[in-house]
Design a protein. Structure first.
Length: 933
């Protein structure tokens, strides 16, 4: 029932208003006349002249207070609400609610769902039937629903979820046209985005019935439109809906398990709809990235799956020639340069072509003819990058696999094409992939092969010498490229392999050459789904409707009910199908003649029942306080009465409308709170941080294998920013020469140790006879550390799980420094368990494992040293987690021996006292007194 702008969900409760006159009469009624009774003691008061004061009626304001409380309660039980102020056209037929449920609806799906439910309730209150239609396609095409009641519509809307593909509004419009019943009014709850069909869709709906649009376009950054490998790590493109203001969004790089690896801010300037974020990550860390995510945004578009093809390039070294002197081997410096930035494979050229790498590096050779040459040419045409190095053979016998024709002789000091002095490298051209790199000033070139002069030689030149002659040239071949370094791969002709820029030159050459085509393109067969991205951006198992995608069609496949976005397994590794590549624009203009409600709140009913009932309770509370004050009992209010008042007030608070409170926990904090994880401190040294991560991964793996402790992947923490108390143990390996910690960082460590956390400090620079604390004094200034001592041979760490007699790491064995219990300080824990451990033998390096759980670094001794390092790590974790429980177990034999001695003394003294025991009395019978025969 409605009354003006008010709608009553329980109108029969309003019949209670008829009882208000009776309540009024009862409130005005006076108490009955008092009865007379004989009391002998009243004779003492015969001479008194009492003044009778009998109230004739209840004060009017008390009556008004109680009357208002009753009226508010009755109105509240009728569940009134304010109707939305919508200039809707009066209709006499069914109302159709059209809901966008594609991936662009996910960021504001809760608002879309609530608005659709409100529209269904409004139609039901007007006695109109409701039809529902979702615009995103399904495996089985969904037609407009039959006419339904509001409760049925509510349940269907509440059970719906956005899907990870775009809506098909043209198909939805055709379904409405073909329906058996034409709607009298259409409400389109839109995602506010133009998927290429918005104009025609609105015109079609308007032609069918009066149209009302309630748009919910995503706010801020809503989609990652691209993520690709770059020489420095990864380059991520982010898109937003409006460009009228500046905006910042945080992008997180996550592992397969969802652990954060790195984060970066996407900064949008005014008038920019897209921006790019550079993640500077080493190859080892980048290969662990499984996806990029916009933090705080729901939806499949806010997630970009990072597959094998997008990660570090695979580079093949073809036909390497062994040399007994490694420094003289042709590819020695190439291996060193690419070790951290690419996945290297080696073998004969024919086998490398079958492996389909991103790039192939060839040394000095001149036998590229026949069938092998044809196979190499076809591989380049399909998108491969051939990187060649010059040498005497190439200078004497050129072939077709060079960017430009070469002169038949090499230019060298003292030769026919000689220069007087070795040449330096000039600045890299602006159009070169090397642009932005600084040429090494100390790298000299003593010999080179020369390109034949030609008018467009500059177009093929990526790097030059100071005299203008080419050092690196490149030319495209089909979808691939041929790149030539005009010097040798070793140091015979130049100092270039010595320079720090050499790794970047090789990496950029491989990427720039291979990115012209499809990197490592699969051919033949199909790609099967292994993990699917749902509409809200979570990874799930593929449903039965998800089908494999033919390899030839994968590059052009679009997300749909059968080709769902997610990870697919192929012959060359995983491939990802993402939805963000199709990021649409916001609908910029609405057609005339339709009702558009931009404010979502105005389209939803506002309930008043909780406010009315809460007001009634408040008035009754005031009435109770007034009654106590008039009777003089307010000053002596008992604790029980105070509790009753507090209960009433709390009940009123419960009746107030609930508000959705944002979860202030970050995903990282939630992960640390729900699972046991160790952490390592971010130091700014990427190699050291990666070693710490891999070390804790290896230790966690050994704990999983050897004990009941099952840690999840470790987290990297930033001192002064992250919540350290969520981690039982934190590993900190400060680099040499690092700046002292700030006051905020020191305070964070002090708070962490004070709360019981264990801090492991490893300088990883073991020097015999030098205590690591000597260097840490400058780094950890201000740390509230107790006095330290070397761990004794009988310390609980030597037997908390394994029996060990040393604490070795990758660099051997040195003393482990722990808290001293000889001197009691305020900073120490009350249980006597050390929470500070300092060493210098690189424990993380000994524990570190790669993705296949194989050791990453060699040990200074044999492999038995690594095993002992693992055992120390297990003992350390057991000590940290169990505290003095293990210490008591260690001392248990001594305690039992002491108790036995005391028992013998008691028996000899025949004192009759009970022997003390460590076991409960109820489990052990009391010793019987010797009474003799």
């Amino acid at each position: 029932m409605s009354l003006g702008p008010l709608l009553f969900a329980q109108p029969f409760a309003l019949l209670g208003l008829l009882a208000l006159p009776i309540i009024w009469w009862l409130l005005r009624a006076t108490p009955p006349e008092p009865q007379s009774a004989e009391l002998p003691s009243l004779a003492l008061m015969e001479d008194l002249d009492p003044r009778e004061e009998t109230p004739d009626k209840t004060p009017w304001w008390i009556i008004a207070l109680r009357f208002a409380a009753a009226a508010l309660a009755i109105l509240g039980f009728a569940r009134p609400s304010i109707m939305p102020e919508i200039s809707a056209v009066a209709t006499a037929g069914p109302v159709m609610i059209v809901i966008d449920d594609g991936w662009t609806s996910a960021p504001r799906w809760r608002e879309i769902s609530r608005t659709a439910i409100s529209a269904a309730d409004d139609a039901a209150e007007d006695g109109l039937g409701v039809q529902l239609l979702f615009t995103a396609p399904k495996e089985i095409p969904a037609e407009p629903s039959d006419l339904m009641q509001a409760n049925d519509a509510r349940r269907q809307i509440q059970s719906a979820r956005p899907v990870p593909w775009m809506p098909d509004r043209s198909a939805a419009l055709e379904l409405i046209r073909q329906g058996d019943q034409r709607p009298a009014r259409i409400i389109w709850v839109s995602d506010g985005m133009n998927h290429g069909q918005a104009r025609d869709f609105m015109a079609g709906l308007k032609a069918l019935a009066p149209l009302e649009i309630r748009p919910f376009a995503p706010r801020g950054a809503y989609a990652i439109s691209e993520a690709r490998f770059s020489p420095d790590g990864a380059l991520v493109s982010v898109r937003r809906t409006r460009s009228d203001t500046e905006l910042e969004a945080t992008i997180s790089a996550e592992s397969r398990e969802g652990a954060a690896i790195a984060s970066a801010d996407a900064v949008f300037a005014k008038d920019d709809l897209t921006t790019q974020v550079q993640f500077k990550l080493p190859s080892a860390a980048l290969n662990r990235v499984a996806r990029f995510r916009i933090l705080g945004v729901e939806g499949a578009g806010a997630v970009w799956l990072w597959d094998d093809a997008a990660q570090a390039p695979t580079i093949a070294l073809a036909d390497p020639i062994d040399n007994p002197q490694p420094l003289l081997e042709e590819f020695y410096y190439v291996r060193k340069a690419l070790a951290d930035d690419a996945r290297l494979i080696e073998g004969p050229l024919s086998e490398m072509l079958d492996a389909r790498p991103d790039a192939i590096i060839l040394g000095d050779r001149s036998d590229l003819t026949g069938e092998l040459a044809d196979k190499l040419s076809a591989w380049i045409e399909e998108g491969g990058a051939l990187i060649r190095f010059a040498g005497p053979l190439l200078a004497a016998n050129g072939d077709e696999f060079t960017p430009t024709p070469l002169r038949p002789a090499a230019r060298a000091l003292g030769g026919a094409l000689a220069w007087d002095d070795p040449q330096t490298i000039a600045a890299f051209p602006a159009e070169s992939p090397f642009n932005g790199l600084s040429p090494p000033e100390d790298a000299l070139v003593r010999r080179q092969v020369l390109a034949q002069p030609q008018p467009d030689l500059d177009r093929y030149t990526w790097a030059r010498l100071a005299d203008g002659t080419p050092l690196v040239t490149a030319a495209t071949r089909g979808r691939g490229a041929v790149i030539l370094f005009h010097v040798t791969a070793n140091t015979d002709w130049s100092d270039l392999p010595y320079s720090g820029v050499f790794p970047q030159l090789l990496t950029r050459s491989a990427i720039s050459g291979a990115m012209g085509g499809s990197r490592r393109t699969d051919t033949g067969g199909s790609l099967a789904p292994i993990r699917i991205l749902n509409g809200l951006g979570a990874m799930t198992q593929p449903p039965a409707t998800a089908k494999p995608i033919p390899t030839e069609e994968f590059a052009t496949a679009l997300p749909s009910p059968t080709t769902m976005p997610g990870l697919y397994a192929g012959p060359q590794g995983s491939r990802s199908l993402n939805v963000g590549t199709l990021s649409p624009d916001i609908i910029g203009q609405w057609p005339a003649g339709v009702t558009v409600i931009e404010d979502a709140a105005s389209a939803q009913r506002k309930g008043l029942d909780s406010w009315l009932i809460g007001g009634a309770l408040l008035l009754l509370l005031i009435d109770a306080i007034v009654a106590l004050a008039v009777s003089g009992r307010l000053a002596g209010l008992t604790s029980r009465a105070a509790m009753m008042v507090a209960t009433v007030m709390f009940g009123g608070m419960l009746m107030t409308p609930p508000e959705a409170l944002a979860d202030d926990m970050t995903p990282k904090q939630r992960e640390a709170a729900l699972e046991l994880r160790f952490a390592y401190v971010q130091t700014g040294d990427s190699r050291r941080d990666e070693t710490a991560r891999a070390g804790l991964m290896g230790l966690s793996y050994q704990l999983y294998r050897r004990s009941s402790v099952e840690p999840a992947d470790p987290h990297m923490v930033v001192l002064g920013e992250d919540e350290l108390e969520l981690y039982p143990m934190i590993y900190y390996s400060p680099p040499r020469g690092s700046a002292p910690l700030t006051d905020k960082q020191v305070q964070a460590l002090n708070d962490y140790m004070r709360s019981g956390g264990a801090l492991v400090i490893d300088t990883a620079d073991a020097t015999p006879g030098v205590a690591p604390a000597q260097r840490l004094q400058s780094i950890l200034q201000g740390l509230n550390a107790p006095p330290l001592r070397p761990a004794p041979d009988d310390h609980v760490l030597t037997r908390s799980f394994y029996l060990i007699d040393a604490f070795p790491g990758r660099l051997g064995s040195q003393p482990l420094w722990i808290e001293s219990t000889a001197v009691s300080t305020e900073a120490q824990r009350g249980d006597g368990v050390s929470r500070l451990f300092i060493g210098s033998v690189d424990w993380a390096g000994a524990w570190a494992v790669d993705d296949d759980y194989e050791p990453m670094f060699p040990m200074s001794g044999d492999e038995n040293q690594r095993e002992m390092a693992y055992r120390f790590g297990v003992n350390l974790v057991m000590y940290v987690l169990t505290g003095n429980y293990k210490e008591d177990q260690v001392h248990l034999p001594a305690l039992l021996e002491r108790l036995d001695e005391e028992a013998e003394m008691d028996e000899s003294n025949a004192s009759g006292n009970r022997v003390r025991t460590l076991i409960d009395d109820q489990d052990t019978p009391a010793p019987q007194e010797d009474r003799g025969p």
